[in-house]
Design a protein around this ligand. Structure first.
Ligand code: Z5A
Length: 207
């Protein structure tokens, strides 16, 4: 049984990750391939509990290293229980967010040293990096209004400069890392989906 492929969808809040995750999974199934969709932080009951801890508003400020370690703890569980078993069973895994988010939010946003994240990634998933990452790029001033009218979590309450730093790291990684395909997600949803479909087809046919 050939190993499945690991596809991640990345981007800031309101970029359209959830909106496009099912679409990506459907494209994969349309090719006759088996696949599952999941997300981070979360994806297992325990990792979803960690997610709730991370997103909750609280009086106590959360130390950036604590936040980073919690994210990697959830990731280790998610890898062990969902990502690896499905890849080994030949299924394609479509995951909203993974370690590129940690570089963007914890290094870019919070100021955690990148080498800390590199070392944790080495420890937790040295042999399991995404095969393809679809990075949905949206300027902060376009993305934030998309969230209007819904309750905001601890991250979404951050100031604009935080989200600008997050985006800068994403853009830098999209330039530097071959597996990351940047898609302008500020356009109409149909146009974004067309580009996602094209990137996925290229990957399936050549990758
Ligand atoms: N986090 C972290 O810090 N470090 C890590 O390593 C990881 C995560 C893994 C929760 O993630 C938080 O975890 C996240 C970072 C942190 N914090 N924040 N903020 P999440 O992925 O669950 O949260 P999110 O990014 O906030 O989700 P989101 O706001 O729902 O974004 P989205 O999934 O990209 O957007 P969406 O729900 O698909 O779309 C939002 C709205 O925009 C919706 O009404 C859509 O209909 C609309 N939309 C989508 N695309 C379009 C286009 N093209 N045009 C117009 N409207 C659109």
């Amino acid at each position: 049984m050939p190993r499945g492929r690991f596809i991640t969808i990345e981007g800031g809040e309101g970029a359209g990750k959830s909106t496009n995750a099912d679409f990506v999974l459907q494209l994969i199934k349309d090719r006759g391939l088996d696949g599952v969709a999941t997300r981070e932080p979360g994806g297992t009951p325990l990792a979803e509990e960690v997610r709730s801890m991370l997103l909750a508003e609280r009086d106590e400020t959360v130390d950036p290293l604590t936040e980073t370690l919690l994210i990697f703890a959830a990731r280790a569980q998610h890898l062990a229980k969902v990502i690896e078993p499905n890849l080994q069973a030949g299924r394609w895994v479509v995951c909203e967010r993974f370690t590129d988010s940690t570089f963007a939010y914890q290094a870019g946003g919070r100021g955690v040293e990148r080498r800390v994240i590199e070392r944790l990634a080495e420890l937790v998933h040295r042999h399991c990096w995404p095969d393809l990452t679809l990075y949905l790029d949206v300027p902060v001033e376009v993305a934030l209004p998309r969230l209007a009218g819904r309750g905001l979590d601890r991250f979404e309450r951050e100031h604009k400069a935080f989200f600008e730093r997050v985006r800068a790291v994403y853009v830098e990684r999209a330039d530097a890392v071959d597996r990351i395909v940047s898609i302008d997600a500020s356009r109409e949803l149909d146009t974004v989906k067309r580009d996602i479909g094209a990137a996925l087809s290229r990957f399936i046919e050549t990758g």
